[in-house]
Design a protein around this ligand. Structure first.
Ligand SMILES: Cc1cc2nc3c(=O)[nH]c(=O)nc-3n(C[C@H](O)[C@H](O)[C@H](O)COP(=O)(O)OP(=O)(O)OC[C@H]3O[C@@H](n4cnc5c(N)ncnc54)[C@H](O)[C@@H]3O)c2cc1C
Length: 499
């Protein structure tokens, strides 16, 4: 995506920095610099100071939208394309750097599905644009990544109270910025990360995730592969499946273990992985059957080419763009060298001639010790001008990052207009996640966490299900349904009181 003119012009970006230093004098000078700045001038009222949001990813974009929708002016500072990260490939806001999935959209039984629904009820821009750009993915919410990013960016650019500035914030922001949200994500640029470390007095934590490859559908051999969703869920044919027999599976596992990997720098060698996003070769090294019970499990699938033969393992590929031309290898994040990936993945039946739109890779993840450093409304205890949002708080995942962005945006805006901003109640998905990153988790063992029902407060024994049974007797799906029902009732109560 090409850099844009107007509000994103670097000239304007410098002028905007000046505006908060001497707002009265600068107002008229802004007229000289283009439409984005004109909007800012037009909207300046009694409260001149905008909220400054650093980072236009999932969290920063959502935070900007929420604050602006509450009537507060926002300046969103995004460093791309002026400065790139190791993983982003465009200059688009809210770019999805790896999978195109927002995971389960089941608000009845699944914690991330409940979080989706709560965010929708809070007017989330990220969820609205995910719904608009949805692609088939069984029970999951997957999106056309470019369409999604463009929709979010267009909405933010079109909002009268939002100005987008393309610049890297390469140290602590000026003292004149009074209300700041840091949403710079797992790939926060080094100078800012350094400044945050100095401010918090903490050593930043870091670990690695790995990215899965993407294959061109046209290059897949459908005389061996076939379309089917596990247990025929969703449309019944949302995934492409590639079967392996025992011999092929064993050779594949051995290839994974022996394949050449990207070596670590010395300082990276002791950095742990996030368990939910382990590279396949790390899983393979845990035992011959680990993958056949994990991302390569063959259950719920019948190979129409050989219906009487059960495969030992199956590689699944999920649609990655609206056109349906790209498919990502589900769960195949890896740190094998690119050459080794191509060689090994072409041994998978159906992928013998696979063309790769993107190969797997490594990435850094930087986050602060949220439970130790943040207040319940996401402010940095050491300097309350700052709030933190997104993955840098130690939540994990696109949806969770956007959710914490949503809360940071609302908190910052309510503070600006001097209204109370209590946290969502703990039994909601938003409240559970917020509680975890701002104090619920043990700071000594803090690790990034996806939303899950384990973060929700236990069900009260007084509560009854629809048939009148006591909640404490509920198990499995009934228990999940009770958590979901309670969360969605309570988010409505919270919104009714504090919107
Ligand atoms: C390579 C990789 C793969 C991932 N894969 C998945 C996945 O498949 N599924 C999933 O759910 N989650 C995944 N994650 C985790 C996480 O959900 C995403 O990183 C998510 O994008 C985090 O949202 P965020 O808004 O916190 O950060 P980001 O979306 O990364 O946004 C941060 C923004 O801040 C900008 N920025 C950084 N420093 C500065 C600065 N100094 N000044 C101005 N701007 C700055 C960046 O350019 C970026 O646009 C992955 C993370 C990485 C890094």
């Amino acid at each position: 995506m090409a850099p844009r003119l107007g509000a994103n012009n670097p000239v304007i970006s410098r002028t905007l920095s000046f505006i908060s230093a001497a707002n009265g004098a600068v107002r008229f000078r802004l007229h000289e610099h283009g439409s984005g700045a004109l909007t800012l001038v037009k909207k300046i009222g009694a409260k001149v100071d905008p909220i400054h949001i650093i980072g236009g990813g999932l969290a920063g974009s959502e935070a900007a939208w929420q604050a602006a929708e509450l009537g507060v002016m926002v300046v969103l500072h995004e460093m791309r394309p002026v400065r790139e990260t190791e993983a982003h490939q465009t200059s688009g806001l809210a770019e999805l750097v790896c999978s195109n999935s927002f995971r389960s959209d089941d608000a009845l039984y699944n914690a991330v599905g409940v979080l989706h629904e709560e965010m929708r009820r809070c007017g989330s821009l990220v969820m609205r644009m995910a719904d608009v750009n949805r692609v088939p993915a069984g029970g999951a919410l997957a999106v056309d990544r470019d369409g999604f990013s463009k929709s979010v960016e267009d909405a933010l650019e079109g909002h009268d109270l939002i100005t987008i500035v393309r610049e890297e914030i390469d140290g602590l922001p000026p003292a004149e910025w009074k209300n700041i949200i840091v949403a710079t994500g797992p790939l926060t640029s080094a100078p800012l990360a350094q400044a945050i470390t100095e401010l918090t007095g903490e050593d930043g934590l870091a670990f690695f995730d790995a990215i899965a490859p993407i294959v061109l559908k046209d290059s897949i051999d459908f005389s061996r592969a076939w379309f089917q969703s596990r247990y025929d869920k969703g449309e019944g044919s949302d995934y492409i499946n590639c079967p392996l027999d025992d011999k092929q599976y064993e050779a594949f596992i051995s290839g994974l273990i022996k394949g050449e990997k990207i070596s670590f720098h010395e300082w990276e060698a002791t950095t742990p992985y996030f368990e939910g996003c382990l590279p396949i070769e790390v899983m393979a090294a845990r035992g011959m059957e680990t993958l056949s019970y994990g991302p390569m499990k063959p259950v719920g699938l019948i190979n129409p080419h050989t219906p009487n033969i059960k495969p030992k393992a199956v590689v699944q590929l999920r649609q990655d763009n609206a056109l349906g031309t790209l498919y990502n290898m589900v769960g195949f994040q890896t740190k094998l060298r690119h050459g080794a990936q191509i060689k090994l993945f072409r041994t998978i039946p159906g992928l013998e001639n696979a063309e790769f739109a993107r190969l797997g890779g490594l990435h850094r993840n930087t986050f602060i010790n949220g439970p130790k450093l943040l207040t319940p409304d996401l402010k940095l205890k050491a300097d309350t001008r700052f709030r933190f949002a997104g993955q840098i708080t130690g939540c994990e995942g696109y949806v969770e990052s956007a959710a914490i962005g949503l809360l940071a945006g609302r908190f910052a805006a309510f503070e600006q207009i001097e209204r109370p901003h209590p946290a969502p109640w703990a039994s909601t998905a938003l409240g559970s996640l917020l509680g975890h990153v701002t104090g619920g988790a043990d700071p000594d063992t803090y690790q990034p966490m996806n939303i899950n029902f384990g973060l929700f407060p236990p069900l009260s024994v007084q509560e009854k299900d629809t048939t009148g049974r006591k909640i404490r007797r509920l198990r499995g799906k009934d228990r999940k349904a009770a958590y979901s029902r309670r969360a969605l009732q309570e988010i409505d109560g919270w919104l009714a009181e504090f919107s």
